[in-house]
Design a protein around this ligand. Structure first.
Ligand code: FAD
Length: 84
């Protein structure tokens, strides 16, 4: 169920929001890396915005809970095992 829908219904949404944040931020990194690959060296230099997209996407896997922490949270919620 979508996180927004859970919020609307007043239900717990912490695990689902971790899944959404993890998936969306990692997908953004994958997409930005693909764009850099297509642009080659031009994807690295500042003449084009691709390098900025890569950095902007990468930081999304860090703030508001890193991908590693999201995985630990989701894993704990699904298995009951606390690996922190
Ligand atoms: C641009 C930007 C804006 C920010 N804005 C805010 C803000 O407005 N408010 C706010 O409160 N904070 C903000 N932050 C802080 C951000 O939330 C933290 O950077 C983030 O929580 C990660 O904490 P840390 O940098 O201390 O990394 P650390 O906790 O030191 O982690 C370092 C690395 O170790 C990994 N790691 C840590 N523990 C484990 C573990 N148990 N198992 C596996 N890997 C682990 C992490 O995934 C990470 O890769 C911002 C950060 C950035 C970069």
């Amino acid at each position: 169920m979508a996180v927004a829908d859970l919020i609307e219904r007043g239900q717990p949404f912490a695990t689902e929001s971790s899944v959404a944040k993890l998936f969306a931020s990692e997908a953004a990194v994958k997409a930005a890396n693909s764009a850099l690959q297509v642009f080659g060296g031009y994807g690295f230099i500042d003449e084009y915005p691709v390098g900025k997209y890569v950095r902007d996407a990468r930081v999304m896997t860090l703030y508001e809970g890193t991908s590693q922490i999201q995985k630990l949270l989701v894993g704990r919620a699904l298995t009951g095992v606390n690996a922190f």
